[in-house]
Design a protein around this ligand. Structure first.
Ligand code: ADP
Ligand code: MG
Length: 277
């Protein structure tokens, strides 16, 4: 029943009386196009520090596009355009000026298909992002960082004796946790995850969910998921996206996860979270 399904989030909220880090991300009036094709319309959402926000909705409703707008990847698609603003920690990421590198560093991303650098060692995978942000570390600092990030990603114990073996030799679930460790190394304030468990078995999925839970007090997490059980287990808030009846993707309803699953105000939300479309 719902109470059981929702208990991890409730338990986490209880525990979370201490300070949280991470930055609140605010998207306002987001519309997006591929050429003339409008795929998102007027999306407004605040993704709060210390919380996990789940973006849910059927295939093709614009969730991945929205996530790519949150880290400025959408503009890399030829012919793509957008309107609206995205702020993280008060800075407009599309108008960050000289602070653009620092702002980019604040936003990490994990994709559906784990994408470690396959021929690079596990340790080098973790620190791969440091060069990009111009951060230099000593050998000792590097070792500490590798252990810290792999521990946070729940992978340390499994790989500590083979840090020099290649990232590509790990299982799919381990590769995904390595990708999480790699994004943590640059100390992001927001972590975007696009269906991070879709390619994984249930055990690996559970490990990633535990990792999300543990990370949620230090980094703002936004996760796209098709798995309603997962949304219920890991998120504090949910936003239900839909592209239907001739309208581009938009948020039908958003709110606390308990409410979205237990007492949604829109019948379409109720149908969707109960697997009826
Ligand atoms: P979701 O992640 O919710 O499944 P997407 O964001 O991938 O949805 O897609 C939203 C809409 O944008 C779909 O109609 C899809 O066909 C279209 N789309 C996505 N990526 C591209 C692209 N690179 N070029 C053109 N259309 C795209
Ligand atoms: Mg998608």
């Amino acid at each position: 029943d719902d109470t059981t399904v929702l208990s991890p989030v409730a338990a986490r909220r209880e525990e979370r009386s201490g300070p949280v880090s991470g930055a609140t991300m605010i998207a306002e009036g987001i519309s997006a196009w591929f050429g003339d094709h409008k795929v998102l319309e007027q999306v407004d959402i605040t993704m709060k520090a210390g919380e996990v926000t789940a973006l849910i909705g059927p295939s093709g409703c614009g969730k991945s596009t929205f996530l790519r707008i949150l880290n400025r990847m959408h503009e890399l698609v030829p012919g793509a355009s957008l309107a609206g603003s995205v702020r993280v920690g008060g800075i407009d990421i599309y108008d960050a000026g000289e602070r653009i590198t620092e702002t980019r560093r604040k936003i990490g991303m994990v994709f559906q298909k784990p994408n470690p650098f396959p021929t690079m060692s596990i340790a080098d995978n973790v620190t791969a992002g440091l060069k990009l942000i111009g951060r230099r570390v000593t050998r000792d600092e590097r070792d500490v960082l590798v252990e810290e990030c792999l521990t946070k990603a729940g992978l340390w114990r499994e790989v500590k004796d083979r840090l020099d073996s290649s990232g590509g030799a790990l299982s799919g679930g381990q590769q995904q946790r390595l990708c999480i460790a790699r994004s943590l190394a640059v100390r992001p304030e927001v972590l975007l995850m696009d269906e991070p468990c879709s390619a994984l078995d249930p055990t690996s999925t559970r490990r990633i969910e535990e990792t999300i839970d543990a990370l949620s007090s230090e980094v703002t997490i936004v996760i796209v998921t098709h798995n309603m059980q997962q949304a219920a287990r890991v998120s504090d808030r949910c936003a239900f996206f839909l592209a239907a009846e001739g309208r581009p993707g938009h948020i039908v309803e958003q709110g606390p996860t308990e409410q979205m699953f237990g007492n949604p105000s829109d019948p379409r939300t109720n149908d969707y979270v109960n697997g009826r479309f």
